[in-house]
Design a protein around this ligand. Structure first.
Ligand code: PMP
Length: 791
């Protein structure tokens, strides 16, 4: 007997393989099972195996266990096979043949009188996968079959499932002090480095993955393909290494086994993973460990086989062949490297790019990647598709109020209002994916969640009954709102505030004269003066009436030109105007004038809706006005394309009587799931109250800054929006446009994302996700203090 103890009680070799004569084996099979047949020997690492061809043509494998084999472990294997047979009877795995007495195993004594446990399994016909071309199809089929096998084992448990096993990857560190069997120092260092990385960085991450009893040994000579179809898996054999382990180990072990035979190991690894994922979807944390687990598996194979070659107990030719095959595969995988394999796996499995931890990626490399992406982007999306910042940001992940770039750097997102309840909110994520998994269709069919969602939106109004039309963007919402207003009023003119932005459709482009000279605005649109109490002409108590008076002029002009006034469209948060503080009562006055002239109020709630202004769900309500039509967008689906028009039944009737309006995607079940989830989070996390409190806290902090920085000319906003106007001179209010740009770039360098806004381009736009906290506000203010000081 030859054995070496490594670590606690883990052995490189069991006792020598049992040596029974064929006659003794045949006698045992006859006595125990009542089966007669022709016997031939099969290779095994630690048991003695015979292939049995019975007289009736049936074939079996008779296994005589090593004397060292723990009976509990053998029972684990039998019970597992019986369990798999019961759960997934079509899986191509061997069946345990019962003895004449109905037992799963029997025993025979060797010459020394020691009892060896024996069992009889059905023989699986087929060709070793190692002997056929490793096509993507067969590799995926292997991944899928392994996944099915593990799925059938999910509900399996056995007291011996965590036995001590040399081939248990989590025990790899215990083999570390045996690397001296590898003579070549470079090669030895590679194996040591693999073990050290596994010990330091992989083992600690296995704890919170999915664990269960797994097969643990689907290498190319344990997998059979059909004789008539070498791309069909006909069997997975050898259950001797079953162990309780991370599920992902089985993907890595099968992938490693295939990589050793495939011309392109990385593609082989991806194919096995894709096949597995098709049956049991993998988790990102699991996928990101596959490379390291494959490396660990091949390293352990090399080390264990080399040890056995150096300490032989019998013929070593096959071991020498194995090791000669393992090394080139190991080198190829190492040469491809962790990042490449991870990226290939993530691409193949449709996971977005990996978000590194800070320090994991060389910034120069990340810069080079960004340059290359910018080049391709310009070529494919056009030169002018605008990007924020002098040096644009390559984002890979968002969570809550944080965005992470491709180097893993976190940025406090104080700019984006679309992720209203926070980036990648888990409740929204689950709602969307679960709905998509069940159904995604159009309003041509009846489904429940569009009705529930419309009901919830309608319930946010107390003035009168409300109805909804669902679209896919803010622009579509304002566009349809405008069509409704025209059809309902029978008029064709509109009033907007100068320099407004309401979207980009053909019709609404006319409502968005942000950067357009006044002369280019079509005649059916009239602009009224911006009610700006910081810069505008009227700043006193009568400012509301004086600004609103401009509406009379616009109405008169539209009437005179023959259009009449169908609607006034206003964003009640005035974000695009520089988050101006408008005089109290202004909006109400304007709307009253328009109504008196036969028009309606379209509240563009794309910026101001869903509690952004804190005190009310809708921006118009915060001004004490209930709009006839509300156009909803941006935050409504937390990033999922969704828009809505909420209006009165009468206005909707005027519209639908004259149009057969239908939007293919508008209001689809997934969009409605997102919308409903956003409403849930707004309620559950009390985000309106947070907007009031944290928004005010933020503005107080900003005002305190303004006391020390003369460049801060004004601080304003309502709820979770703040505008900071930068000036070169407080007395002249000369706009600090260039300085504003520099502050925004400097803030980015300090890890805070802000926007630039206002008709003079000198207002810092602070409009974070609604889950922004006072601590986030403190972080922003400290950074802004530094950034403004340095300008
Ligand atoms: N209205 C307002 C007030 C907006 O700010 C925007 C977008 N900036 C829109 C409408 C258009 O929305 P979308 O980009 O979803 O079409």
């Amino acid at each position: 007997m030859s054995e070496t103890t490594v670590g606690e009680n883990i052995k490189f070799l069991d006792s020598d393989v049992p040596e029974f004569s064929t006659d003794a084996a045949a006698r045992a099979v006859r006595e125990l099972y009542g089966i007669e047949g022709a016997f031939s020997r099969l290779y095994s690492e630690r048991d003695q195996n015979f292939r049995v061809r019975a007289a009736d043509g049936a074939e079996y494998v008779f296994k005589i266990a090593n004397i060292d084999e723990d009976p509990g472990v053998l029972d684990l294997q039998h019970q597992a096979l019986a369990h798999v047979e019961a759960v997934d009877p079509d899986l191509p795995v061997p069946r345990v043949i019962r003895t004449r007495e109905g037992a799963m195993s029997g025993s025979i004594d060797d010459a020394g009188g020691k009892a060896h446990i024996v069992r009889l399994l059905s023989f699986m016909p087929g060709i070793d996968l190692a002997e056929v071309p490793m096509t993507p199809k067969v590799l995926r089929a292997l991944g899928a079959t392994t996944a099915r096998l593990d799925k059938a084992l999910r509900s399996f448990f056995h007291p011996s499932a965590n036995h001590v096993l040399l081939w248990d990857l989590k025990r790899l560190p215990e083999l570390r002090h045996n690397t001296d069997v590898i003579e070549d120092p470079d090669r030895r260092r590679k194996i040591e480095a693999a073990i050290d990385h596994f010990t330091g960085h992989v083992l600690p991450r296995l704890g919170d993955l999915r664990w269960q009893v797994i097969h643990n040994d689907a290498h190319a000579t344990n997998v059979l393909v059909a004789e008539d179809d070498p791309e069909r898996i006909a069997g997975i054999i050898d259950y001797g290494d079953m162990i309780h382990a991370p599920l992902i180990n089985d993907v890595a072990i099968a992938a490693a086994g295939m990589a050793e035979y495939a011309d392109d190991p990385v593609s082989a690894i991806c194919d096995v993973a894709v096949g597995f994922d098709g049956v049991t979807p993998l988790e990102a944390e699991e996928v990101d460990l596959i490379y390291d687990l494959v490396v660990a598996r091949v390293a352990s194979e090399i080390l264990i086989c080399t040890w056995r070659i150096v300490h032989p107990t019998g013929p070593v030719e096959s071991l020498v062949d194995f090791v000669a095959r393992f090394w080139p595969a190991f080198d190829k995988i190492l040469t491809a490297g962790r990042e490449t394999v991870r990226a290939r796996l993530r691409g193949a499995l449709k996971f977005p790019p990996y978000c590194p931890r800070p320090g994991e990626v060389d910034p120069a490399e990340a810069d080079a990647v960004l340059d290359e992406m910018l080049e391709r982007r310009r070529g494919l999306l056009g030169q002018k598709l605008y990007l924020f910042y002098d040096r644009p940001l390559h984002m890979v992940r968002g969570e809550g109020v944080w965005l992470y770039d491709a180097t893993g750097r976190a940025y406090l997102d104080a700019y984006n209002n679309v992720p209203h309840v926070g980036h990648s909110h888990p409740h929204v994520l689950r709602s969307i994916t679960r709905q998509y998994a069940a159904l995604c269709t159009s309003t041509r069919y009846v489904y429940g969640n569009i009705i529930d969602y419309a009901e919830r939106l309608a319930a946010t109004f107390s003035d009168r009954p409300r109805v909804c039309v669902f679209v896919n963007s803010g622009s579509e919402a304002t566009d349809i709102s405008w069509r409704m207003a025209q059809m309902h009023s029978g008029k064709s003119g509109a009033i907007i505030i100068e320099k407004a932005y309401h979207g980009g459709t053909g019709a609404i482009d006319a409502f968005s004269p942000t950067d357009r000279p006044a002369g280019e605005i079509p005649a059916h649109i009239r602009t009224i003066v911006t009610p700006d109490t910081y810069r505008g002409a009227f700043r006193g108590d009568d400012a509301a009436a004086r600004y609103a008076a401009d509406t009379d002029r616009a109405i008169a002009e539209l009437d005179e030109a023959g259009y009449g006034v169908a609607a006034v469209m206003i964003d009640a948060s005035f974000v695009n105007h520089g988050i101006i503080d408008v005089p109290a009562g202004y909006l109400k006055l304007v709307v009253e004038k328009v109504r008196a002239a036969g028009g309606v109020f379209i509240a563009d709630e794309v910026q101001s809706g869903f509690g952004r202004m804190g005190s009310h769900m809708w921006g118009c309500q915060a001004h004490g006005v209930e709009a006839e039509i509300l156009a909803l967008g941006k935050p409504i689906g937390n990033g999922l394309a969704l828009g809505a028009i909420v209006t009165t039944p009468e206005i909707l009737a005027s519209f639908t009587e004259r149009t057969g309006y239908f939007s293919t995607f508008g209001g689809n079940p997934v969009a409605c799931a997102a919308g409903g989830a956003v409403l849930d989070v707004i309620e559950d996390e009390q985000l309106l109250a947070n907007a009031v409190e944290t928004g005010e806290y933020l503005r107080q902090g900003l005002r305190a800054l303004a006391q020390r920085h003369p460049m801060i000319g004004d601080v304003r906003g309502t709820g979770m929006i703040a505008g900071v106007e930068l000036v070169r001179d407080r007395a002249t209010q000369e706009p600090a446009k260039q300085e504003t740009k520099r502050v925004i770039n400097a803030m980015k360098e300090k890890g805070v994302l802000l926007g630039r806004e206002g008709y003079l381009g000198n207002v810092l736009k602070i409009r974070p996700p609604m889950v922004f906290t006072p601590e986030n506000a403190d972080f922003l203010i400290a950074a802004l203090d530094d950034a403004v000081s340095a300008i």
